[in-house]
Design a protein around this ligand. Structure first.
Ligand SMILES: [Fe+2]
Length: 266
């Protein structure tokens, strides 16, 4: 009996140690390309799921402003089906001084009011370049961004059609929520794919640096965080900012802000 109580106490202590309290990780990656002339910084905010981060979303914004982003990317699941978008819209409002680009996630694609939601996000000054790419001049660099809608199946997309959405030879960024569509991404003519969705595998195993589960992929998925080389392109996966998914809390997996520092190649 004592042994069971002792094991339960150890399990409770381990669980408590891994809960996402107030800590938010900021992860920095450096990416170089011949297409980049001057250093610039992109901040990626994925999978907020309308999570509350305090009054005026300050617990989050106080970490973002000091990073001085040149561009902010929101690659899906900013909102949720059964929430009122209060915290998502507040975050956009608090960050309106920065150029922002958004692509949908599965939780937004499920919403019957999706067209209204996209209208509201655009009205707040956030670009959603689904049909036609955005060409941006930032810090003396030209970037081109396409936001791929988060449909259910990878086979919905033809790689040539997606590549055709880009119009220039600038540094090409594809925003696409799902990280497991690597066969598709490996055929698209772009430089960087920015994803979320996997929430770092929800529960992470610290010694293994592995996530436990990802939606529509299953146990111990390969793509839950980090930078990956996909047939010569870079794919970045953010662990995202929500603390819970379907009521299940994250473990050993703090919410994450990702910083992508772009620089020229020597
Ligand atoms: Fe998500």
């Amino acid at each position: 009996m004592k042994m069971i109580a002792g094991s339960a106490a150890v399990a409770a202590a381990v669980t408590a140690a891994g809960l996402p309290y107030e800590k938010i990780d900021t992860t920095f990656y450096r990416l170089s390309s011949k297409k980049i002339r001057n250093p610039m910084r992109i901040v990626v905010l994925a999978d907020l799921h309308d999570q509350d981060y305090g009054k005026h979303m300050e617990k989050l914004t106080e970490k973002i402003h000091p990073l001085k982003p040149d561009l902010i990317l929101l690659p899906g699941d900013l909102c949720e089906e059964k929430k009122n978008d209060e915290h998502s819209f507040c975050l956009i409002d608090q960050l309106k001084q920065y150029p922002m680009i958004y692509s949908t996630g599965n939780h937004e694609e499920h919403r019957p009011d999706l067209p209204t939601l996209l209208y509201k996000i655009r009205k707040m000054g956030v670009s959603i370049p689904e049909q036609r790419s955005d060409v941006l001049e930032i810090c003396g660099n030209t970037l081109e961004v396409v936001a791929l809608p988060c449909v259910k199946r990878e086979s919905f997309y033809d790689p040539a059609d997606v590549s055709g959405k880009f119009r220039t030879d600038a540094y090409r960024i594809l925003m696409s929520h799902r990280p497991n569509w690597v066969d598709l991404y490996g055929q698209i003519d772009c430089d960087l794919i920015v994803c979320g969705h996997a929430h770092g595998g929800q529960w992470r195993c610290p010694p293994l640096h592995r996530g436990l589960v990802a939606p529509s992929v299953g146990l111990f998925p390969k793509y839950t965080e980090g930078i990956h080389d996909i047939n010569g392109r870079k794919m970045m996966i953010s662990r995202g900012l929500t603390k819970k998914t379907h009521g299940v809390i994250r473990l050993f997996n703090d919410p994450e802000i990702v910083v992508l520092d772009l620089e020229g190649e020597m």
